[in-house]
Design a protein around this ligand. Structure first.
Ligand SMILES: [Zn+2]
Length: 478
């Protein structure tokens, strides 16, 4: 473990500003526009440079997604309870098939401002870059007018709660958003988009709603040689298997054999899962082509979400190869701070009590870590996870970053996104761990790094440790 100096003060602030200009790769951070507005853009950019050696800042341009995780889809509010806008950039109705798609309520806080324009000026003075980002608001919250008409259909024929990738109306929505964003911000350096939704296979194993079987999807699947009807019946069989297991009804031939038997009877479920992932990737392909046509200078990258590290489904059904050809860069989630608790929850519902339920839980946990590329001897034990959970060892950061780098093999840039101080996962991460984890990303030969999940949630001592690891890496590799 390396030394993580945490000295702070005016000297370091001055020093950091000049040092981060000489870093020859992307050192980014995600930040919320309201945090920049509240603390002051200039002040925060100076802190980012001085503490974290940051040279690229990436706010949301649109943040409708935040609401889908809140009770009653409530809006974000400031300390005084005032509603904060979901769209942080100016919009022009002429770009949208439905002009309401770009509407900002003038009563909302910051609805008269454009975070990308304001950051553009402040960053140019500091030799920093501005990237925009959007996470897909895939739950139909009523916030984006008309999305109800583009709803998914589940395997039982019911209307789903999410919007369908393949609905032409939904495709039009994104065309409008991207046109407006890219044309109205000619100096934008980069853009990231992410879709944090899983596929039908693991939803079936959780006995959740399995999608999508709308007419657009079924037709597209048919063209690609995938039998939606057989897949639908198979998913319902998996749902039944999951329901019975949860009710304590053990299969006569064992859990894994029962699982494999359904799979052998309905291999179309696997094909439909890959079809679903392909539809997800098609959304990215369309955006990439559109952005490159409008402004080829914009560096287009994708959010590789955290489930890639803990879910066998994401790991198997969404290979890095499928992202090549329409990616300038990828941002790989390496949230070692929250990974312990997040992966344990996934293990418990899908493996301990289902796929690996034939084995005792300690054996099952070791197997789970192993198939996700980790060494059970280095990672926390099952007892530690059962006892409230803890962070993962830096080995996870190295292995997961290296897996991306080796798979991509130079066909796009791979940026490691190390995560710590994640609210709700009280793991008390120390600067030494951040320093070590950041070093591990470089050891895995990533092309650049992102600091934390969101800038405003990070402890200052940990951002300093991140910045020191970046600067030490640059110094040692001159
Ligand atoms: Zn559909």
């Amino acid at each position: 473990m390396g030394a993580a100096g945490i000295a702070m003060g005016p000297n370091l602030l001055a020093q950091g500003s000049s040092q981060s200009k000489n870093i020859p790769f992307l050192v980014g951070t995600m930040v919320m526009a309201e945090d920049l507005y509240e603390k002051g853009i200039a002040t925060e950019l100076d802190r980012m440079q001085a503490l974290g050696a940051i040279n690229t800042v990436m706010p949301f341009s649109h943040n409708h997604v935040a609401r889908q995780y809140k009770p009653n889809y409530a809006p974000k509010t400031d300390k005084e309870g005032r509603t904060i806008t979901d769209i942080y950039v100016k919009t022009n109705p002429k770009y949208y098939k439905n002009p309401e798609w770009g509407y900002r309520d003038p009563k909302d806080l910051y609805a008269n401002r454009d975070i990308l324009d304001e950051l553009g000026e402040a960053c140019a003075e500091r030799n920093m870059k501005v990237y925009a980002r959007i996470l897909e608001p895939y739950v139909i919250t009523g916030l984006i007018p008309g999305l109800e008409e583009y709803a998914e259909v589940d395997s039982t024929g019911e209307k789903g709660r999410n919007v369908c990738y393949n609905h032409p109306g939904y495709i039009d929505y994104w065309k409008g958003v991207i046109d407006d964003l890219i044309i109205s911000h000619p100096n934008l350096h980069g853009f990231k988009f992410g879709q944090e939704r899983g596929g039908p296979f693991f939803e079936a194993l959780k006995n959740n709603a399995v999608t999508c079987f709308c007419t657009h999807c079924v037709e597209k699947a048919k063209i690609r040689g995938v039998d939606a009807q057989r897949a639908r019946v198979g998913f319902n069989a998996f749902k039944d298997f999951s329901k019975k297991a949860k009710e304590g009804e053990a299969p006569i031939d064992g859990y894994f054999a029962a699982f494999f038997r359904i799979l052998s009877e309905y291999p179309e479920t696997l094909a439909y899962e890959r079809f679903s992932k392909a539809s997800r990737e098609d959304q990215r392909k369309r955006m990439y082509a559109q952005i490159k046509k409008l402004n080829p200078a914009v560096q287009v990258g994708w959010h590789v979400d955290h489930s890639m590290g803990w879910s066998l489904g994401m790991r198997s059904f969404w290979p890095y190869d499928d992202m090549v050809g329409h990616s300038d860069w990828l941002s790989i989630a390496l949230y070692f701070g929250s990974m312990g608790r997040r992966s344990y929850g996934h293990f418990k519902s899908n493996y301990q009590n289902l796929l690996f339920a034939d084995a005792d839980k300690e054996t099952a946990y070791k197997m789970y870590l192993s198939i996700n590329g980790m060494d059970p001897e280095q990672q926390p034990s099952l007892a530690e996870q059962e006892n409230g959970g803890t962070e993962m060892h830096a080995e996870y950061v190295y292995k997961e970053a290296k897996r991306a780098v080796d798979n991509i093999n130079g066909r796009a840039k791979v940026y490691g996104r190390i995560g710590f101080d994640h609210p709700g996962y009280n793991t008390d991460i120390q600067p030494e761990q951040v320093y070590e984890g950041t070093q591990e990303m470089f050891r895995a030969r990533v092309d650049g790094v992102f600091c934390g999940r969101e800038w405003e949630e990070l402890q200052e001592k940990n951002t300093v440790a991140f910045g020191n690891a970046v600067r030490d890496h640059v110094k040692n590799n001159r």
